[in-house]
Design a protein around this ligand. Structure first.
Ligand code: GH3
Ligand code: MG
Ligand code: MG
Ligand code: MG
Ligand code: MG
Length: 298
C-alpha cells in the first residue's frame, strides 16, 4: 500500500450506513461519502478515489447504472467498484459483476469481511498502478518512456489531423555524452541524465505536453497545438536552461553539459504518418550538431 491513506468513496442513500462504514474505515482510509448516484458521478469528475463502495437501490440512478458509467469512461474504467447492497435475489450478484464490479457483498454484512475484501481489492489496484507506471515511464529519469511517447504521438497526430491544428515535436540530444561517460563514469552519466530530465521538464507547462526519454541520451517533447515558432521558443528555453545549470563537462570542447535540439511542426495530412515529424526533427537535430552543438535548429 502507498504511504498516503487510500481514498474510498462510499455511495449509499442511507445516511446510517454511510456513518457506520465511515466509522469502521476511517482509521486506515480517507473516506468520502455521498448519498446518490448523481453525486457520485459528479464527484468522480474531480480527484479519483482508489475504490468505490456502491449501494444499488437508491433514488435517481441506481448502483448498476453508476457502475456502468464508471466502466464506460476511459478515465475511470480501472477504478475498482464493490457493491455493498441489500439486493440479495438470485441474479442480482450476476448483474452486478456483469456491470464490471470486482466484488459483491450482501447486507447485512460483517465488517471484518468487508474490510478484508477492501484490502484485497486495494492491493490489486496498487499493483496494477505500479505495473502501468513501469510500462509507461523510464526507470532512470521517471519521465515518460519511448513506448508512452509512441502511443501519445499517435493520439496527438490523429487529434491534430481531425482538428486541422499544428503539432510540434522537439528532439534534444546531449552533446559529447560519450566523452562524459568515458571521463566521469557511467554512474555519473546516469545522474546527469536525471538532472537533465528535471531541467527539461521545467519547460513543460500546458496540459497535453509530454516530455519523454527517446533513447539513451535523447529526449523528445510533444507540443500539441503548437506551430514551429512556438516550438522553437520552447526548445530555445530548454537549451538555455541546460546551459544555465552549468553542469561541468571538462571532456567537452564546450566545458559544460549542453544539448542540441531539432524542431519540426506540421498540420497533419492523411497521406502522412507521425514518423514524418520525428524524422524532420531528427534532420534538424543533425543540423544543430553540425552547426556547433548547444543550439536549436528548425
Ligand atoms: P554528440 O554530441 O554528437 O551527440 O555526441 P555523443 O557522444 O553524445 O553521441 P553518441 O551517440 O556517440 O553517444 C551517446 C552516448 O550516450 C553513448 C553512451 O555512452 C551514452 N548513454 C546512452 N544511454 C545511457 C545511459 O542510460 N546512461 C549513461 N550513463 N550513458 C548513456
Ligand atoms: Mg439503498
Ligand atoms: Mg544521441
Ligand atoms: Mg549526444
Ligand atoms: Mg532547417
Amino acid at each position: 500500500m502507498p504511504a498516503k491513506h487510500p481514498d474510498i468513496l462510499i455511495v449509499d442513500d442511507q445516511v446510517a450506513n454511510l456513518k457506520l462504514l465511515r466509522a469502521a474505515l476511517r482509521d486506515r482510509y480517507t473516506v468520502r461519502g455521498v448519498t446518490s448516484g448523481d453525486d457520485a458521478l459528479k464527484l468522480l469528475e474531480g480527484d479519483l478515489p482508489d475504490l468505490v463502495l456502491l449501494d444499488i437501490e437508491m433514488p435517481g440512478i441506481d448502483g448498476y447504472e453508476v457502475c456502468r458509467h464508471i466502466k464506460a469512461k476511459e478515465r475511470t474504467q480501472h477504478l475498482p467498484v464493490m457493491f455493498l447492497t441489500g439486493k440479495n435475489n438470485s441474479g442480482d450478484e450476476e448483474k452486478g459483476l456483469a456491470c464490471g464490479a470486482v466484488d459483491y457483498i450482501g447486507k447485512p454484512f460483517q465488517l471484518p469481511i468487508v474490510k478484508a475484501r477492501i484490502h484485497t481489492q486495494l492491493s490489486l489496484k496498487f499493483s496494477r498502478d505500479r505495473l502501468l507506471a513501469l510500462s509507461t515511464h523510464d526507470a532512470l529519469t521517471g519521465i515518460a518512456n519511448r513506448r508512452q511517447f509512441d502511443i501519445s504521438l499517435g493520439l496527438e497526430w490523429r487529434r491534430a489531423l481531425r482538428a486541422e491544428t499544428s503539432l510540434c515535436i522537439i528532439i534534444g540530444d546531449i552533446d559529447y555524452f560519450k566523452k562524459y561517460n568515458d571521463g566521469y563514469g557511467h554512474t555519473a552519466g546516469d545522474e546527469t541524465l536525471k538532472r537533465v530530465a528535471e531541467i527539461l521538464s521545467g519547460s513543460i507547462h500546458r496540459a497535453g505536453e509530454i516530455l519523454a526519454r527517446y533513447g539513451g541520451e535523447e529526449f523528445v517533447v510533444i507540443l500539441p497545438n503548437a506551430d514551429i515558432e512556438s516550438g522553437r521558443k520552447v526548445a530555445e528555453s530548454m537549451c538555455r536552461d541546460v546551459a544555465a545549470a552549468a553542469l561541468s563537462h571538462r571532456f567537452s570542447p564546450l566545458k559544460q553539459v549542453t544539448m542540441s535540439f531539432g524542431v519540426a511542426a506540421s498540420v497533419p495530412m492523411d497521406a502522412q504518418s507521425p514518423e514524418y515529424l520525428t524524422s524532420s526533427a531528427d534532420t534538424a537535430l543533425y543540423q544543430a550538431k553540425g552547426g556547433g552543438r548547444n543550439q536549436v535548429h528548425v
